[in-house]
Design a protein around this ligand. Structure first.
Ligand code: RET
Length: 275
C-alpha cells in the first residue's frame, strides 16, 4: 500500500467513512437487540446473531479507524506517514467471523428441519471462511500477479455460495409461507448483490487505479459494502422474523406508534406480542 501518496482530503474522506461505519454498526446492534422481543422465540436466535454480526463489525471498525489514525501524522496543511502500518488484518478477521454468521442468520430465519439447518450452515459457513482465508494473502501482496492468483482461488468458494443461494436454497425458499417468500428471496439476492462488490473492489488496484485513489476506492468501497451486507441485511432479517412471528401467532406485532397492534381478543386469546 502506498500510504505516502495520500492527500489530506483523501485521508479525511477515508477516516469519515470508517467513523460512519462504526456509528451504523453500533446503532444497528442496539436496534436489533432491543427488537428481539418483537419476534417469537423461534426467531430470536436469528436476531441475536444479526446483532452479534454488527457488534463484531463495530468493534473492528473502531480498530480499523485507530490503525488508520496511527499510520498518519496530520496537521492543518501537512500529512506524513508515521511508519506505523495500516493493519488490513482487522477487516479480514472481522469477515472471517461475520461472513459465516450472516449465512447462518439467513438459514435460521427460514426455520428448516434441524438436520438441514446444521448441514447448510456447515457447508455454506465453511465455504465462506475458506473464501476469506484465500483472499487475505492477495490483499496484502505487493505484486499484481499474487493479488490476482488469490482472487481466482477465493472466487471458487464464492461462486459455490452464490450457486447455493440462487439454486440450492430454491427448494427451501419455495416451502416458506407465501407472504414472506418475497422478503426471503430479497434477502438471498441482497447477499448475492452486496457480496459481488467485494471481489470487484479487490480488483481496483489491478485495473489501473494507483496510489491514494486506489486506497480510497478500496477502503470506502468495502465500508459501503459492509453497511449493506450487515446492517441493511440484518434489518431485513428482522422484518422477515416479525412477519413469520405474526403468521404463527395470528396477531400483528405491537410496534409502538404504528397503531398496528390488535387488542387482545376477549375470547380467551392472549396477546402474543412483545415481551
Ligand atoms: C475477497 C478476495 C477476492 C475474491 C473474493 C473476496 C470476497 C469477499 C467477500 C466478502 C464478504 C464480506 C462481507 C462482510 C460483511 O459484512 C476476500 C475480497 C470473492 C464476498 C459480507
Amino acid at each position: 500500500m502506498e500510504l505516502e501518496s495520500l492527500t489530506i482530503g483523501q485521508y479525511e474522506f477515508v477516516q469519515n467513512a470508517f467513523s460512519f461505519g462504526l456509528a451504523v454498526m453500533a446503532a444497528t446492534t442496539l436496534f436489533l437487540w432491543f427488537s428481539r422481543g418483537l419476534v417469537t422465540p423461534n426467531y430470536r436466535m436469528a436476531i441475536t446473531i444479526s446483532g452479534l454480526v454488527t457488534a463484531i463489525a463495530g468493534y473492528h471498525y473502531l480498530q480499523i479507524m485507530l490503525s488508520w489514525q496511527s499510520a498518519f501524522s496530520v496537521t492543518v496543511d501537512t500529512i506524513e506517514t508515521t511508519g506505523s502500518p495500516f493493519n488490513q488484518a482487522y477487516r479480514y478477521v472481522d469477515w472471517l467471523l461475520t461472513v459465516p454468521l450472516l449465512l447462518v442468520e439467513l438459514i435460521l430465519v427460514m426455520k428448516l428441519a434441524r438436520g438441514e439447518t446444521i448441514s447448510k450452515s456447515v457447508w455454506l459457513g465453511g465455504a465462506a471462511a475458506l473464501m476469506i482465508i484465500l483472499g487475505y494473502p492477495g490483499e496484502v501482496a505487493d505484486t499484481a500477479g499474487v493479488r490476482f492468483t488469490f482472487w481466482v482461488l477465493s472466487m471458487i468458494p464464492f461462486l459455490y455460495i452464490v450457486y447455493q443461494l440462487v439454486i440450492g436454497l430454491r427448494g427451501s425458499i419455495d416451502k416458506q409461507p407465501e407472504n414472506v417468500r418475497g422478503l426471503i428471496n430479497g434477502a438471498a439476492y441482497l447477499v448475492v448483490v452486496s457480496w459481488l462488490f467485494y471481489p470487484i473492489v479487490f480488483l481496483f488496484p489491478l485495473i489501473g487505479l494507483t496510489g491514494g485513489a486506489a486506497i480510497v476506492a478500496v477502503e470506502v468501497g468495502y465500508t459501503i459494502a459492509d453497511i449493506v451486507a450487515k446492517a441493511v441485511f440484518g434489518l431485513l432479517i428482522l422484518a422477515i422474523a416479525i412477519r413469520k412471528s405474526e403468521n404463527e401467532t395470528g396477531e400483528r406485532v405491537a410496534v409502538p406508534g404504528t397503531g398496528t397492534a390488535k387488542e387482545p381478543s376477549s375470547a380467551g386469546g392472549s396477546a402474543k406480542t412483545a415481551k
